[in-house]
Design a protein. Structure first.
Length: 609
C-alpha cells in the first residue's frame, strides 16, 4: 500500500508540473479542466497497471522422503510473535484525519443548504436565486446563486456579475469541487490535492470570464468590476465567486490579494494558436507513455513444464503426501529459512538425532516429522545448514534377504543430475571425474553386487548434449561393463515385428524368430520410491555468488527486483547481500533467466493427476 501511495503521488506531481509549465497560462480552458480532472484519475489508475509475463520453467529436483510406519508424540514448535503496534497507530491517525475532513465537508454542505432553506428565493429558468439578509459577495453552488438581498433589490449587482455566476452554474463547476473534496477526505495527507483544488477553481474563473466576454461584455469595464469585488467579503470554501483572488491558497502564489486578479487579466488577453495547442497535446502522449512505463509494475508467472510425481503403494499415504505437496509447493522458490523455521528444525532434528544414536539399528521416524524437516532443510542456506543440527539419517532395517549393517548402506547407488551438476550418493562429482568417482565408490563391491544392485538415477533440467557426454563416461565404469555396457539413459525401444506379406506361405519355418528380450536397464526415474534403501540427505546448494558467476558464463539475462541488470551488476549485488533469493529459469536454453529479489520468490506448480 505504501508503494502504491508513493507512485500515485509521484504521477500526480508530474502531471501537475506539466500543467503549471505548459497549460495554465494558455487559453485552452476547457482542455485544462479535463486535464486536471483526468490527472487525478490517471494518478490512481497507473500504479494499478500490471504487465504479466508467462514463462515455462523446468522442474527442480524434489528431495527424497521416506514412508515409515511409526508414531511419536507431536512436537510443539510454535513461537509467539510480538504485536506490531505501528500499523495500529498509523491506522488510527489516518482514520482521525478522514473523520476530521469528512465532518468539515458535511458541515460545509449543511451550511449551504441551510442558507437555501432559511432565506427567500425565486427560480429563474433552471437557476435558483437565493437572497441573503447579510451582505455577501455573489457566489454560486450547484444551481443556486447567492446574492445580498439589499444589493439585489437596489439593482447594485452588475449584469456581468450575474453572467459570471450563471456560467459557473450552467457549466456545472460545483461537481468538480465536490469530486476533489471527496478525494481530500480519503487522501487528506497528500498536499498536492490542495494545490490542484486551487488550480481547478482558478480555471473555473477563467472559463466564467471567457463566457462573460464572449457574451459582449466590455473587457475594461469587466476588469474594473473584478477590482471592485476583489476586496469584498469571502465566500464558502466550496462555492464559486467573482472575487476568487482572496482565497488562502491564492496568497501562496501571489504577494498581494490582487495577484490572481492580475493573472485573470493576463489570461483574458491571451490567445493560444491552434498550432501551439496541438504541440502541447502531442507532448501529453509521450508523457503518459513514460508514466505507464515508470510507475506500472511487472509480474512474471512461472509454470512448470512437467512435474515429477512421487508415488506410494499405500493410497492413504499417497493422499496425505499430495495434500502436503500442494501446501508447500509455493515455498520452493524461497532460499532462506526464517528464525522461527530454524528453531523448529533444530528442535525436531535434535530429538531424532539423539534417539537414533541411542537406537542405531532402528532409524525410523513418522512421515509427518520427515516432511517438516525436509521442507525447512530445503529452504536453508549453506551457512544455515552449517550452524543447524545435522539432518537425521533415516535407514530402514535390514531384511534377511539383503545385506545388513554397513554393507547395505555402502552398496546403494544414487546418481542425481540437475542442470549439469552431478552427485553420487550425495557427494559432488563432475563430468571429468565421474567415471573415476563411481569406480572409487564401488571398488570394494563383490562381482555379484554389480549385477544385483540397480542404480537409482534422477535427471532434471539437464541438456541432452551433457547427458550424452555423461553417458559415455558412465560406460567406461566397471559397474557399466559388468552389466553389459549399459548406459545411464534407457535403451531404445525394440524394433517393430517384421511385416507379413500376403501371398507367402506362412509356415512355421518362414516366420522369423522374435527378437531377444532387452536386458534390464538401470532405473531412470523422476521420483524415488521410499523403500529403495538409504538415501543421504540432499546436498547443500551452490552459494549465491557461485550460481551468479556460473550463469554469467552462460550469457544469462539477469533481473534484480523485476528490472534487467548486467551480469557484473548481478555479481556486485550478491557480493553486498548474500541473503538474496535467486531463481534460475530456462536453464537448458541458450539464454537462461536469473531473477534476484529481496522478497521470497514463489513458483506456481502444476500437479500431475
Amino acid at each position: 500500500m505504501e508503494v502504491y501511495i508513493l507512485k500515485s503521488a509521484a504521477c500526480l506531481g508530474i502531471l501537475f508540473l506539466f500543467y503549471k509549465l505548459l497549460l495554465e497560462n494558455t487559453s485552452l480552458h476547457t482542455t485544462k479542466r479535463f486535464f486536471l480532472l483526468g490527472s487525478l484519475a490517471i494518478s490512481f489508475i497507473i500504479p494499478c497497471i500490471t504487465f504479466t509475463t508467462y514463462i515455462q520453467v523446468n522442474p527442480l529436483v524434489t528431495n527424497i522422503l521416506t514412508e515409515v510406519p511409526a508414531s511419536t508424540p507431536a512436537l510443539d514448535t510454535g513461537i509467539s510473535e510480538a504485536t506490531n503496534y505501528t500499523l495500529y497507530i498509523l491506522g488510527g491517525i489516518y482514520l482521525l484525519g478522514v473523520g476530521i475532513f469528512g465532518i468539515r465537508f458535511g458541515h460545509n454542505l449543511r451550511s449551504v443548504f441551510t442558507k437555501v432553506r432559511n432565506n427567500s428565493k425565486f427560480k429563474q429558468r433552471s437557476i435558483v436565486h437565493v437572497l441573503l439578509k447579510l451582505p455577501v459577495t455573489p457566489h454560486s453552488f450547484f444551481n443556486y446563486i447567492f446574492f445580498s438581498k439589499k444589493a439585489y433589490n437596489n439593482g447594485e449587482i452588475p449584469e456581468e456579475v450575474l453572467m459570471h455566476e450563471t456560467a459557473h452554474v450552467e457549466q456545472k463547476h460545483s461537481w468538480d469541487i465536490v469530486f476533489i473534496e471527496l478525494l481530500r477526505i480519503a487522501f487528506w495527507f497528500n498536499p498536492l490535492l490542495y494545490f490542484i483544488k486551487h488550480s481547478i477553481k482558478l480555471n473555473h474563473e477563467f472559463l466564467a470570464d471567457r463566457t462573460v466576454l464572449n457574451q459582449g461584455a466590455d473587457t475594461a469595464s469587466y476588469q474594473t468590476i473584478l477590482l471592485d469585488f476583489s476586496s469584498k467579503s469571502s465566500v464558502p470554501s466550496m462555492a464559486h465567486s467573482i472575487n476568487y483572488s482572496s482565497s488562502g491558497l491564492g496568497k501562496l502564489f501571489s504577494k498581494n490579494s490582487f495577484g490572481l486578479v492580475k493573472k485573470r487579466f493576463t489570461v483574458m488577453k491571451t490567445h493560444t494558436s491552434r498550432r501551439a495547442a496541438w504541440l502541447r497535446m502531442l507532448v501529453i502522449l509521450p508523457l503518459m507513455a513514460g508514466l505507464i512505463y515508470g510507475f506500472s509494475s511487472t509480474k512474471t508467472v512461472e509454470t512448470i513444464v512437467s512435474d515429477p510425481k512421487v508415488t506410494f503403494e499405500n493410497p492413504e499415504v499417497q493422499k496425505e503426501y499430495d495434500t502436503w505437496y500442494t501446501n508447500v509447493a509455493n515455498e520452493i522458490g524461497n532460499s532462506k529459512a526464517t528464525p522461527e523455521q530454524l528453531a523448529a528444525y533444530n528442535k525436531i532434528a535434535a530429538f531424532w538425532n539423539k534417539r537414533f544414536n541411542e537406537t542405531p539399528n532402528s532409524r525410523i521416524m513418522p512421515l509427518s516429522e520427515l516432511k517438516k524437516l525436509e521442507t525447512i532443510y530445503r529452504l536453508m542456506t549453506i551457512e544455515q545448514r552449517k550452524q543447524a543440527q545435522p539432518f537425521p539419517e533415516c535407514k530402514p532395517p535390514a531384511t534377511s534377504n539383503s545385506p545388513s549393517g554397513n554393507d547395505a548402506i555402502n552398496k546403494i547407488l544414487v546418481i542425481m543430475i540437475q542442470m549439469s551438476e552431478i552427485t553420487i550418493n550425495g557427494k559432488q562429482s563432475s563430468l571429468k571425474t565421474f567415471a573415476r568417482d563411481l569406480d572409487k565408490l564401488t571398488k570394494n563391491w563383490e562381482e555379484t553386487d554389480y549385477t544385483s544392485i540397480k542404480p537409482i538415477i534422477k535427471i532434471a533440467s539437464t541438456p541432452d548434449e551433457f547427458l550424452k557426454k555423461l553417458d559415455a563416461e558412465y560406460k567406461k565404469t566397471h559397474f557399466s561393463k559388468a552389466n553389459g555396457g549399459f548406459g545411464l539413459l534407457p535403451p531404445p525401444p525394440p524394433p517393430p515385428a517384421p511385416k507379413v506379406i500376403k501371398g507367402v506361405n506362412d509356415t512355421d519355418d518362414n516366420i522369423p524368430p522374435p527378437p531377444p528380450p532387452a536386458p534390464d536397464a538401470p532405473r531412470v526415474i523422476n521420483s524415488v520410491n521410499y523403500t529403495d534403501g538409504n538415501i543421504p540427505p540432499p546436498p547443500p546448494p551452490m552459494s549465491q555468488l557461485d550460481i551468479i558467476v556460473k550463469m554469467a558464463k552462460k550469457k544469462s539475462t539477469f533481473y534484480y527486483e523485476g528490472k534487467e541488470i548486467t551480469s557484473d551488476e548481478a555479481i556486485e549485488v550478491v557480493k553486498k547481500n548474500s541473503d538474496l533469493n535467486i531463481q534460475v529459469t530456462n536453464s537448458s536454453s541458450k539464454n537462461p533467466t536469473v531473477k534476484i529479489s529481496k522478497e521470497p520468490i514463489y513458483v506456481k506448480k502444476k500437479m500431475i493427476p
